[in-house]
Design a protein around this ligand. Structure first.
Ligand code: ADP
Length: 613
């Protein structure tokens, strides 16, 4: 992601640019100075060597003219200049020592300026007969001084350095000996050097140069005076003089610079000069500044490059550090965010936990209350049941007991009156009432007793037959009809025969109660086998079981028949008996009216008669 540069960055960039500019400016000046100074040092050495070499050359030849002037033959000749014999001898002598000294020319001039003898007398270009009275070296020597002059030979057209000395004969100056040394050899020795060496005369005209094209060119403006002075000594014979287009300058007022515009080429030189007053010339060493300036530029460029690289490196480093800091910041942020979320979640969890704990506590309290209520209800139910039972039992027992007492009292009275037959009748009644109470008691015992009868296959047809016998009197009393349908195949069920019979008696008796006094007094008993079970149904045509009490008719002591008529134990006991058989007992109202009791028992294959309980 690109970010806008901060103010600090801009400051650094501006500083860097300023630094680069300063480096470019001061660096180039500094480097140029250093390299020019270096070149100047080198140039000074070159100059010193050149000066020494030239000086050495000149010093070597300087005394020679005087030596020759002392020669007797020369003196003799100048005493008699027209003597051909002396001239010949003189010529031969000069040629000999010229060869010996390896100089250019040696010649002797008469006081009128005419050359009498010369080492090149026998050459095509001979100085003999030539008049050199215009040459300063002649003019100096004829005045008795040693002469020195450099010039382009008017006859030989060769540049040379001339040394001259007067010839004294008998105290008078009779002639001049001239010794010429060519400068070509010296000049040639400069060739190949790195630096340009030029020698200029006092008029600024180049006399010696590595480049021949620069010869006789003037570094100073060729004023008429200069031209006239040069023409008088005929220093440059007939050579054409011209100005070399130069512009002088300097570097820091210390080093002199010169720009030469020659042949459409402009070259700048560092100029180091030394005047040789004895020789009358100035030696200049020209050092091309191009290499120094190029070196300076290269150095500055290298420095700038280094600076740039350093800045780049710094920038990369800073960038990396910034990125690292950014990453760390992001990590810190992410960590904080995570911690915050964890804290939030922990807080939420703590809240939920607290809520749960509260709820659990509430639920525990509710549960405790519920259990308490249940226990209270059970207790109340038990008490209610006990009360109900007590009422029923006391009623059931009190009535016969009251009757028994009455019959017993009557019997006692009848016995007192000797009415034995009637008394017996009362006793029989008492006995019958006792039987009834025993029956109630048996019922109750049945309720409490755990059956120890073994269950087995019971022939249903047999049980139904026995039941019919038992209920016959009740059916008759109610004027009801029992219709039995057990199907074609004999059925056997898993039960105890007496208890099953008890159940059937109870249900059929209830049905008889239900239909008593109604127009349709049919009771239908049916048994069918279905899916490993045997279903026994007893249906009457009575009013059926009201929905409100349907769930309660199997409860002990529930009865709608009023005190004295029903104990409310029949269905309760029957229910438990069928449950003991592993079956079930239920009631429905038949859609066409009347109650429909269903007993479901496990079907058995073998019909083995069950032993009596
Ligand atoms: P009891 O016969 O002594 O009342 P039960 O336990 O045998 O006791 O019956 C409980 C009650 O079930 C009866 O009081 C009666 O209201 C109801 N009941 C039983 N059988 C029938 C039936 N066939 N038709 C209508 N109601 C019945």
């Amino acid at each position: 992601m690109l970010k806008p540069l901060s103010n600090r960055r801009w400051f650094w960039i501006a500083l860097l640019i300023a630094l680069a500019a300063a480096l470019a400016f001061y660096g180039s000046t500094f480097a140029t100075r250093a390299y020019l100074d270096q070149a100047a040092t080198r140039g000074k050495t070159t100059l010193r060597l050149a000066v020494a070499a030239l000086q050495g050359q000149l010093n070597r030849f300087e005394p020679l003219p005087s030596l020759i002037a002392d020669n007797d033959d020369i003196k003799e000749l100048l005493a008699a200049p027209n003597d051909p014999g002396l001239r010949d001898r003189g010529n031969a002598y000069l040629r000999q020592i010229n060869t010996l000294l390896q100089s250019s020319d040696i010649y002797v001039i008469a006081p009128d300026g005419e050359t009498i003898i010369a080492s090149n007398f026998d050459r095509p270009v001979s100085f003999v007969g030539e008049n050199f009275s215009y040459r300063p070296y002649f003019q100096d020597a004829i005045k008795g001084k040693r002469g020195r002059f450099f010039a382009l030979g008017t006859t030989s057209l060769k540049r040379g350095y001339y040394f001259s000395a007067p010839v004294h004969v008998g105290g008078a100056i009779r002639g001049v000996v001239v010794f010429k040394v060519e400068v070509d050899a010296i000049e040639a020795s400069w060739l190949g050097g790195d630096d340009e060496i030029i020698v200029t005369d006092p008029e600024g005209i180049i006399f010696m140069a590595e480049r021949p094209e620069w010869l006789y060119a003037s570094l100073l403006p060729l004023t008429p005076e200069r031209r006239a002075r040069t023409a008088a000594s005929r220093r440059y014979a007939n050579a054409t003089l011209r100005e070399l287009p130069v512009a002088r300058g300097n570097f820091e007022n210390r080093l002199s610079l010169m720009t030469v515009n020659f042949e459409r080429q402009s070259s700048e030189y560092l100029v180091l000069s030394e005047v040789m007053p004895d020789a009358g010339w100035t030696i200049n060493v020209l050092l091309d500044t191009r290499s120094a300036r190029t070196q300076a530029l290269t150095t500055v460029a290298a420095a700038l490059l280094t600076l740039g690289l350093a800045a780049l490196g710094g920038f990369v480093l800073l960038q990396r550090r910034a990125r690292l800091a950014e990453r760390m910041e992001m990590q810190r942020f992410a960590r904080e965010e995570l911690e915050r979320r964890v804290e939030e979640r922990t807080h939420d969890l703590a809240l939920v936990n607290t809520r749960l704990e509260t709820e659990v506590a509430e639920r525990r309290t509710t549960e405790r209350q519920l259990r308490q209520t249940q226990a209270d209800l059970i207790q109340a139910g038990k008490l209610a049941a006990l009360g109900q039972m007590s009422a029923a039992l006391s009623h059931e027992f009190n009535q016969p007991l009251a009757a028994v007492k009455t019959y017993a009292d009557n019997a006692a009275v009848l016995i007192e009156r000797d009415r034995a037959a009637e008394a017996r009748d009362n006793v029989v009644r008492i006995s019958s009432l006792a039987d009834r109470m025993a029956s109630i008691s048996r019922h109750l015992r049945n309720f409490a007793r755990k059956p120890n009868e073994k269950l087995g296959a019971v022939d249903l047809a047999e049980v139904v037959r026995d039941t019919q016998e038992i209920v016959a009197w009740r059916l008759k009393a109610a004027n009801a009809t029992l219709l039995v349908d057990l199907g074609r195949t004999p059925l056997a069920v898993k039960a105890g025969s007496v208890r099953l019979q008890q159940v059937l008696v109870n249900i059929i008796t209830n049905a008889a109660d239900a239909v008593e006094g109604l127009p349709d007094r049919r009771i239908e008993l049916q048994a069918r086998r279905r899916a490993g079970k045997v279903l026994i149904t007893v249906r009457d045509h009575g009013s059926g079981v009201a929905d409100a009490i349907a769930e309660r008719i199997f409860d002990p002591f529930f009865s709608t028949k009023g005190v004295g008529k029903g104990l409310g134990l029949g269905l309760s006991i029957s229910y438990n008996i069928i449950k003991d058989f592993g079956g079930s007992l239920g009631v429905l109202n038949h859609p066409e009216g009347g109650a429909l009791f269903t007993i479901e028992l496990e079907a058995m294959r073998n019909t083995v008669r069950e032993a009596a309980e």
